[in-house]
Design a protein around this ligand. Structure first.
Ligand SMILES: Nc1ncnc2c1ncn2[C@@H]1O[C@H](COP(=O)(O)OP(=O)(O)O)[C@@H](O)[C@H]1O
Ligand SMILES: CC(=O)N[C@@H](CCC(=O)OP(=O)(O)O)C(=O)O
Length: 289
């Protein structure tokens, strides 16, 4: 029997659920690609909270796809191995020794931690990388970045099979080259490419800031393509935010309806964005909806 605890406002809880109905209907059957950045993963508690939201999302009919990063975890392993690392515009210069470490950390450590956290909340997650079922075939991004790849062929057939069996794909941003190479893909780039190939309804880029900020540090809740170009030119969008905004634009060009950059450390960030009137972070839309 349920305890009749009157110390909480249960009526408000019931109202919140009721108010979510139009959003639940809107996203029934939708594909939502969620990029979980290394900085957004934070604590064990934060990861479990994220996993719970993903399981809830799937329970109400959404097909979530997780693409993760793990930059801080790669940095820490490279430090231990005394391998120095540098970035150009938010992308890691990746030589042969570095790409081995990147694959080990992303596919071995980070991917399995997220998969386990989702399964621990009663979901059914399967960990993959771009190498599985030729999910992401890459070509080198630019020569100065070494083994950094851009996905040029995406095979989403395995993802559709997983959706049919209510399994949540958790994807590490590692790609295969046509000559048998391993490529390090920026997590945002990988998420955008997968969202584009799936023509996802939403791409959520979870990071460690409330959204894209203007020169005075205020979060821009709605961003146009032109505004992004201007902010990058002015140096207001810098570092790791460059691949994120680039990704949002490319995803929209490929047919994703909207991309949102939001704070993954905030409690229930994904639910707030999808299932409430409030929304969260900075949204970049394809066209007025
Ligand atoms: N205009 C901007 N608005 C918000 N964050 C920005 C901006 N320009 C640069 N950044 C930086 O981008 C970071 C997010 O990118 P990154 O560290 O790569 O995140 P993640 O690990 O989540 O992918 C923020 O923590 C912030 O320091
Ligand atoms: C090419 C490139 O930069 N790859 C990234 C892959 C991980 C990543 O994207 O992690 P975050 O999302 O946590 O930043 C890297 O080596 O750090």
């Amino acid at each position: 029997m349920k305890p009749r605890d009157m110390s909480r406002d249960w009526i408000a809880t019931a109202r919140t659920l009721s108010e979510a109905l139009p959003f639940l209907q809107r996203y029934d059957g939708a594909i939502v690609v969620i990029k979980l950045g290394g900085h957004a993963m934070g604590s064990r508690e934060a990861l479990d909270g994220f996993a719970r939201d993903i399981v809830l999302m799937q329970q109400v009919g959404v097909n979530p796809v997780i693409v993760h990063g793990g930059g801080p975890m790669i940095n820490s392993m490279l430090d231990k191995l005394e391998i120095p690392s540098r970035f150009i515009d938010g992308k890691r210069i990746t030589d042969a020794a570095t790409v081995e470490v990147v694959e080990m950390v992303l596919s071995g450590q980070v991917n399995k931690a997220i998969t386990q956290a989702i399964n621990g909340q009663g979901g059914r997650a399967a960990g993959l990388s771009g190498k599985d079922a030729s999910l992401m075939i890459c070509e080198p991004a630019t020569p100065e970045l070494g083994f950094v790849g851009n996905p040029v062929e995406i095979d989403t057939s395995l993802l559709h099979t997983l959706f049919k069996s209510d399994t949540i794909p958790v994807i590490a941003p590692i790609g295969a080259g046509r000559a048998g190479e391993t490529f390090n893909i920026n997590g945002d780039t990988a998420a955008g490419a997968i969202a584009g190939a799936l023509k996802a309804d939403r791409l959520l880029l979870l990071t460690d800031v409330a959204g894209v900020k203007d020169a005075s540090g205020d979060v821009l809740t709605e961003l146009s393509v032109e505004q992004i170009g201007q902010l990058v030119n002015d140096g207001v969008i810098a570092g790791g935010m460059i691949p994120k905004t680039e990704t949002a634009l490319q995803a929209i060009e490929s047919g994703v309806r909207a991309a949102v950059i939001l704070d993954g450390r905030a409690p229930n960030a994904c639910l707030l964005e999808l299932f409430t009137e409030h929304g969260a972070g900075s949204i970049i839309r394809s066209a007025p909806q």
